[in-house]
Design a protein around this ligand. Structure first.
Ligand SMILES: Cc1cc2nc3c(=O)[nH]c(=O)nc-3n(C[C@H](O)[C@H](O)[C@H](O)COP(=O)(O)O)c2cc1C
Length: 356
């Protein structure tokens, strides 16, 4: 199977040379216009923060028919990527139970034959170009979009170790303003990266802190919609607390990020190495538990009459997977890893479901 992202090559290689694609480009059907947080879109199908490393990637997947494009998470200062490996396939297509923290996944050495069944794991460390590089590139990405397409820019704070929490909150706010200035139509705060071995990976479990970040993002973003990327919750009460805390500041949530697990070789050694034992699991194996979280959030928003929308992510590689989320009340459905193998997914979904 050809892949647009070459997992055996470095992040920098993929940044400079990707996406790799032999063509032909999919034919994208015309679809009626829909609303996405006040913006007109051809479809509510997109790619979340991850695969779209820069403007070249956004240009490619926009031409392939994805209409909500997220620029991979950026920071207020340069941050190198972790060493290879950064992305591996793991040995399951049944569901990763978020409660079973004792479980570990084994790395697969060969690419699985059916991409719709792939579960994988990433450990990049949220690398970022310096703002002097990513801001002009965001502007290029915005220019690459066609009518009915929307650019989200994902940001994360980089507080110095031991610095007060207020520094992190104001970094998020400053980043929202920078993303807006660069050309973002929506700004997103990543509160959930499970592959970073610091407390910043768990921000979304702290309702008060999530609320404070939403407020800072709101200020920095001006009149742009603000989204918060959340990880997996094993407790429904915490979902409710977070939604209440961000209501009135954020426009919505993107959920969920990968589910954290140890990823090991056959001999038990860590695949990603020391300090990176735990990483985010993506794809087929997280679909059911992501769907459960999305359903809980949509129901809580309706019951509490909150002014928030839910953008769904997690294990979508077939139209049936996407239907699960739309039927659950998601505003949009994002495909994180599957488009790496099949850039025609959005075009095919739109042909079968012009209403999406
Ligand atoms: C290569 C790659 C890099 C990722 N980097 C980020 C990131 O920088 N920020 C973020 O919020 N999520 C990141 N993610 C997580 C995705 O946004 C998404 O939550 C995850 O892939 C689950 O969706 P999936 O099951 O469709 O793959 C990344 C995913 C992939 C595949």
């Amino acid at each position: 199977m050809a892949a647009t992202y070459q997992i055996n090559r470095s992040f920098d290689w993929n940044y400079e040379n990707g996406p790799v694609f032999g063509g032909p480009m999919p034919e994208v059907p015309e679809t009626p216009t829909k609303d996405f947080f006040g913006l007109a879109v051809n479809s509510r199908l997109g790619i979340p923060a991850g695969l779209l490393l820069n403007a070249s990637w956004i240009d490619f997947y926009a031409r392939a028919g994805f209409d909500i494009l997220t620029y991979k998470t950026v920071r207020s200062a340069f941050r190198p990527c972790y060493d290879l490996p950064n992305w591996v396939f793991v040995d399951r297509d049944d569901q990763v139970d978020p409660q079973r923290l004792d479980e570990a996944q084994h790395r697969l050495t060969a690419t699985p034959p059916d991409y719709t069944k792939i579960t994988s794991s990433v450990s990049f460390g949220m690398p970022s170009k310096a703002p002097t590089d990513w801001m002009p590139d965001v502007e290029r990405a915005r220019k690459a979009l066609g009518a009915g397409q929307v650019l989200i820019v994902s940001v994360v704070a980089s507080p110095a170790p031991g610095s007060p929490v207020s520094e992190m909150i104001s970094d998020f706010g400053a980043l929202a303003a920078m993303a807006r200035e660069a050309g973002a139509q929506i700004v997103e705060a990543n509160l959930s990266c499970p592959n970073v071995c610091t407390a910043e990976g768990d921000i979304f479990l702290d309702a008060e802190l999530s609320g404070a970040i939403a407020t800072a993002m709101r200020k920095g973003a001006g009149d742009l919609p603000v989204l918060l990327k959340l990880g997996h919750f094993s407790n429904n009460e915490t979902i409710l607390q977070v939604l209440r805390a961000i209501n009135g500041q954020a426009s919505g949530v993107v959920m969920v990020n990968g589910i954290s697990r140890r990823v090991i070789e056959a001999d038990g050694a860590s695949v990603f190495g020391k300090g990176r034992e735990v990483s985010g699991i993506l794809g087929r194996g997280i679909h059911q538990f992501s769907l459960d979280n999305v359903k809980t959030a949509v129901e809580a928003i309706a019951t509490e009459k909150l002014d928030l929308g839910v953008v769904a992510v997690g294990g979508v590689s077939t139209a049936e997977d996407a239907a699960h989320y739309f039927n659950a009340g998601a505003r949009a459905v994002m495909l994180g890893s599957a488009p790496m193998f099949d850039p025609s997914l959005a075009a095919r979904f739109k042909r079968a479901h012009p209403e999406w």
